[in-house]
Structure formats: C-alpha cells, structure tokens
Design a protein around this ligand. Structure first.
Ligand code: SAM
Length: 245
C-alpha cells in the first residue's frame, strides 16, 4: 500500500495546492502517495455547524472544540490505523529533516490543522497527538504548515526524487548545511566559480565541498555546528572563508 496522508481542515480546497505540481504532484498521480482531506466543518454543531467557542478563562479569539475535533478524528482514523497523528502548532517541537525521514518510513500521517487560537488541549492529550511546529512564527492556520510537512516527507518517499544521491547529500542529512552550488557560466559578471570545482579532481572536490559545508554551518547555524562539532574533531578550527576559492 502506498504512503497515505490525511488532512483535517476547515479549508480542504487548499489541498493538494502546490503538492499537485512538480515532483510531489507527479508522485501523487503515479500513486506513490495519496492525500485525503476531511472537512472539520462536517462535524460542526447546530444549524451553523460551529466548530469553535470562546476560551475558558477569557481572552481574545476562539478555540476549536474538542468534541468536534474528536468526531472528525474518529471518522478519519479507521480502527488499527498506525499512521502518526500530528497537530501543526507553533507550540509543538520544531520539525526537522530527521522527522521527515521518520514519517517517510512509516505508513503515512494524519495532519490536524488548527485555526483561530488553536485546538482545545484535552483532545490532543486524550489521543496522544504529536504537536509539531514548522518554525518560530505564527501562521493564521495549520494548512500551510501541513503543506510544508508533506512536501518535506513526500520527496523522501522511494522513487519520488530523481537521484537517491541528492537526498543523501542535502542540508541536515549529516548534521551540516549543504555546500554552495555553482553552474555555467564559469565567469559571471566578473565572479568566478571556485576553481577547484572545475578541476575534475573528484576527491579534491569532495574535500572542498566538505570544508565549505563545515565553514557555512559554523558561520550561519552555530546551533547545528555545536552538535556536529561535539561529534567530530573540528570544534577547535577557526571559521574560514578559504573554501570560497
Ligand atoms: N494561539 C496560537 C499560539 O499563539 O500559539 C496560534 C494560533 S494560529 C493563529 C492558528 C493555527 O495556525 C494553529 O492552531 C496552528 O494549527 C497553525 N499554526 C500557526 N503557526 C504555526 C507554526 N509555526 N507551525 C505549525 N502550525 C502553525
């Protein structure tokens, strides 16, 4: 069975959106993965199909009701379904490439998109739902976050990316940012591509790229560098831009 995604949302028309195009879109057409949306509104209460209510304790905004979300999850998750259930929220742990790889190895994901102030915590606790953020900023809804998470996972599914190598060499694959890229022309507006990359010496190019990845990670992402350096002997090296040429 192919990898299956389900999205619970008040805006099912946002899907597949950009995931219907390019790599992910072709994979969707081929059946390498599937995407099902569930409209939370279908489980709303009363004549207006209300999904939200005022927050206990007061304050601004509205909160999505636990009973409504629970009913939608019961419909979306058949008994025995082993997919990860994830609520996209800025309060969650930050999504990483390692998470994307882990989700790609599973049977699929069920994504819960919040709106308003978010979802009543009790239904998240009761169902042991994972809470995942795509970054330290606040979106107006979980849908763009769900699209980001799905994009990061679908490209890792077997056969979706053209070359298996490109996944292995990418940023975060081994704890570093990827090395910088250059293409033709070799000289562009007086800026030469690094000579080493034109040398044809594959071992020297690999070493250059490694050094560039390390220097850029150290300069741009000290948080990643610290973790990487604690696993390697490079922690004492000074930052260098020497790899540039
Ligand atoms: N009151 C919430 C807070 O301050 O944490 C923000 C709610 S936000 C306006 C509405 C919905 O957008 C959230 O329930 C969540 O589903 C989604 N969302 C917003 N920012 C997000 C992020 N960084 N990562 C994942 N989902 C996010």
């Amino acid at each position: 069975m192919s990898w299956r995604a389900a999205v619970l949302t008040l805006f099912p028309e946002m899907f597949p959106g950009p995931l219907g195009l390019s790599l992910a879109g072709r994979a969707l057409e081929r059946g390498d993965w599937s995407l099902q949306t569930h409209n939370l509104r279908d489980h709303g209460l009363g004549r207006h199909r209300a999904v939200d209510d005022t927050p206990f304790g007061g304050g601004a905004g509205l909160v999505m009701r636990p009973d409504v979300v629970d009913a939608a999850l019961s419909q979306a998750l058949p008994p025995g379904d082993r997919r990860a259930v994830i609520y996209l929220t800025p309060r969650g742990r930050r999504l990483t490439q390692a998470d994307a790889g882990r989700y790609a190895e599973g049977e699929g994901v069920v994504l819960l998109c919040g709106r308003y102030e978010g979802i009543d915590e009790r239904v998240l606790d009761a169902r042991g739902i994972e809470q995942v953020s795509i970054g330290d900023y606040v979106l107006s809804g979980g849908e763009p976050a769900a699209l980001v998470l799905l994009d990061s996972v679908v490209r890792l599914l077997p056969g979706v990316m053209g070359s298996e190598r490109s996944g292995l060499e990418e940023s975060f694959a081994d704890g570093l940012l990827e090395y910088p890229h250059y293409t033709k022309p070799a000289d562009w507006q007086g800026r030469a591509a690094p000579e080493m990359l034109l040398s044809g010496n594959h071992a020297a190019i690999a070493a250059w790229r490694r050094a560039a990845a390390e220097a850029d990670t150290r300069a741009r992402r000290p948080d990643l560098w610290e973790q990487y350096a604690s696993r390697t002997r490079f922690s004492a090296l000074p930052i260098t831009a020497a790899h540039r040429n």
